[in-house]
Design a protein. Structure first.
Length: 269
């Protein structure tokens, strides 16, 4: 179960009580939507603000007490790429947040493991949530990786990106790493790779769409990694998947080896 998800598919989503209406929005943050409208102001820091921390502790305590014995619970997840929503002001602040939230969960449920869903940015940015530190505070290292969003992949469908990312994370934190999110949005069966372009909530968006072979046996665009905890499977976890509406403009890109189904990397069978 994942607790704190303020970012999803482009914008940040914040409840009205988290808004700091008298403070300007800092540079470089994602678009913020609250109460169904775009807002232009700062948001309370979820890693440091006393009011937000109190709300987080209330949420954790209530939910973990209620569902700790439920058979559907496997792992408690502190957040889904929380640095997309906000950054702690320091690495120490991020560590304290992870340690305190994990400790609270463990005080109620000592049996289920705790993790925090980080992504490639937590390996390459000083975002206060560095993977080597945060995964030291939780039980399981969990990463999200999409080569089409990374500057250090060899292409949009780099088959070694996820295994390398997980190996690098394990080298930093000293724990096996599970790939929780990976894959790619796909085009219609038999279609080449394309890049979709559209406008959402006043901003231009783009999304690479992987080719989708007609044969079901070769329709998976994901990688088998060396770590036993790196899960592989159909690319159903890719985000965001965009519905086909009249507001979308599709630009077909030139196919290359890295954008086709016939690459030399590992395949899921």
């Amino acid at each position: 179960m994942t607790f704190f998800t303020g970012y999803m598919s482009g914008p940040n989503w914040a409840p009205p009580w988290m808004l700091l209406c008298d403070e300007p929005m800092p540079d470089g943050v994602n678009q913020v939507i609250s109460g169904g409208r775009v807002v232009d102001c700062a948001v309370r820091n979820p890693f440091e603000d006393p009011l937000v921390l109190e709300a987080e502790r209330l949420l954790l305590s209530t939910v973990v007490h209620r569902y700790k014995g439920h058979p559907a619970i496997g792992i408690w997840n502190l957040g889904n790429e929380p640095d997309n929503f906000a950054w702690p002001t320091s690495h120490r602040s991020g560590m304290v947040w992870a340690e305190q939230m994990t400790s609270l969960i463990k005080s109620i449920d000592p049996f289920h493991p705790v993790t925090c869903g980080l992504h490639a940015e937590s390996l390459q940015q000083a975002n206060g949530l560095w993977a080597g530190e945060i995964f030291g505070a939780v039980d399981i290292a969990v990463m999200h990786g999409y080569p089409m969003y990374s500057d250090w992949s060899t292409g949009n469908l780099d088959p070694w990106f996820v295994p390398f990312m997980c190996s690098l994370t394990s080298a930093f934190c000293g724990k096996p790493t599970m790939a929780e999110e990976f894959g790619a949005c796909t085009e219609a069966p038999g279609s080449p790779s394309t890049t979709w372009e559209w406008k959402a909530i006043g901003r231009d968006r783009t999304q690479f769409m992987a080719p989708r072979p007609i044969s079901p046996a070769t329709s998976v665009v994901s990688s088998r990694a060396c770590s036993p905890l790196v899960r592989t499977g159909p690319c159903s976890g890719a985000s965001p998947t965009m519905p086909r509406t009249s507001g979308h403009r599709r630009r077909v890109t030139k196919r290359s080896t890295s954008d086709s189904s016939a690459w030399s990397g590992p395949m899921v069978r």
